[in-house]
Design a protein around this ligand. Structure first.
Ligand code: ADP
Ligand code: MG
Length: 329
């Protein structure tokens, strides 16, 4: 199978090329470059993510899940910018062209494209160690992209969904020792949460012109909160007891759960700040089925503080990191 046959068979497919709105794609796969038409008054939003075997996902990961995850994590960056999807490109480096692997990869990728409503518009295919690069393009009304830098003292700190599922899911995926009595349904749920993140596009778009700052939680709550704090020049206070957690985590020790919620990555929920004057939106979003929680507030100062019930503690120094680090329990 040569490169062109491979592209035609696995990527130039209806499920991938027409997963979302057709209107923006003037010219898709097949020419030297794609041509897109953003809507009038919109700005272009672009982000790239690369997945490397053994670094970003376990070796020999299931191909369909790799395809899903590669696109979903990239789309999450569009959600974090409050953008709507326009299209994506795929830079795929493969050790060999194995039809069943490619079929499964293409099918998982197409599932993610369908869920996000985003069309594959081009890419590049080369031979080498497995490496999956996805560039997503989106659009946002001029001036309304959600950045990390607009948080102001007094704003509420909010999160768009449960924390810790991604990290617990990785334990399930890796086949690590699981707690006795962990229900099979919880195991399945967590496995899915690692391989099939759910980028919060709908929430992101609702945050336009309302939230003051935001990003998606990919490195862990504390690390990502620190990004908002430093970009905005403020301090974030996180209230531990308010952190939202799924029932699937209940079989683990409280210490392990807290560590995953604070430090585990891979959740891909939005973390954002909301001026108090806009807090009435929380009810509307909840009524629309979006699981938003208030988990703290923005204060003057810098860094991130965590209150686990004993008063605020700094978490940004190395000592703070150790303090909250669960070791080998
Ligand atoms: P060129 O040599 O002009 O760079 P290529 O031969 O690399 O073009 O690719 C031919 C066409 O196939 C282009 O439209 C390119 O965007 C598309 N393409 C290549 N690889 C992929 C892929 N993995 N997924 C989707 N489209 C691809
Ligand atoms: Mg060319």
């Amino acid at each position: 199978m040569d490169e062109f046959e491979l592209i035609a068979r696995y990527f130039r497919t209806a499920r991938l090329e027409r997963a979302g709105e057709a209107s923006a794609t003037v010219l898709g796969i097949g020419d030297d470059a794609a041509v897109l038409q953003p809507a009038a008054g919109q700005q272009l939003v672009v982000s790239t993510d690369t997945l490397v075997e053994g670094v970003h996902f376990p070796k020999e990961g299931p191909a369909a899940e790799l395809g899903y995850r590669a696109l979903a994590v990239a789309v999450s960056d569009l959600a974090a910018m409050a953008a709507s999807p326009l299209g994506f490109t795929l830079a795929l480096t493969l050790p060999q062209a194995t039809p069943c692997w490619l079929q499964a990869f293409s099918s998982g990728l197409a599932d993610a494209a369908r869920d996000a409503g985003i069309n594959l518009i081009g890419g590049d295919t080369t031979r080498g160690p497995l490496n999956i690069g996805v560039t997503v393009l989106g659009q946002v009304p001029a001036g309304q992209a959600l950045t990390r830098s607009g948080a102001r003292p007094g704003d509420l700190l909010c999160v768009g969904g449960n924390l810790g599922d991604g990290a617990a899911g990785l334990d399930v995926v890796l086949g690590n020792q699981l707690p006795v009595g962990l229900p099979m349904a919880a195991q399945d749920y967590l496995y899915q949460r690692f391989w099939r993140p759910m980028p919060q596009l709908a929430l992101g778009q609702r945050l336009r012109g309302v939230a003051s700052a935001g990003l998606d939680v990919s490195d862990g709550l504390l690390a990502d909160a620190a990004h908002i704090a430093s970009a905005s020049g403020v301090r974030l206070l996180i209230n531990g007891p308010q952190l939202p957690m799924s029932d699937a985590l209940r079989s683990w020790s409280e210490r392990q759960r807290l560590d995953w919620m604070l430090r585990g990555g891979d959740d891909y929920v939005l973390l954002f700040t909301l001026p108090r004057a806009a807090r009435r939106w929380l009810e509307q979003w909840r009524a629309a089925g979006l699981a938003v929680s208030v988990i703290g507030e923005v204060q003057g100062g810098k860094g991130v503080q965590l209150d686990l019930g004993l008063g605020p503690q700094n978490v940004d120094g190395p000592a703070g990191y150790q303090h909250f680090r669960s070791t080998d329990d």
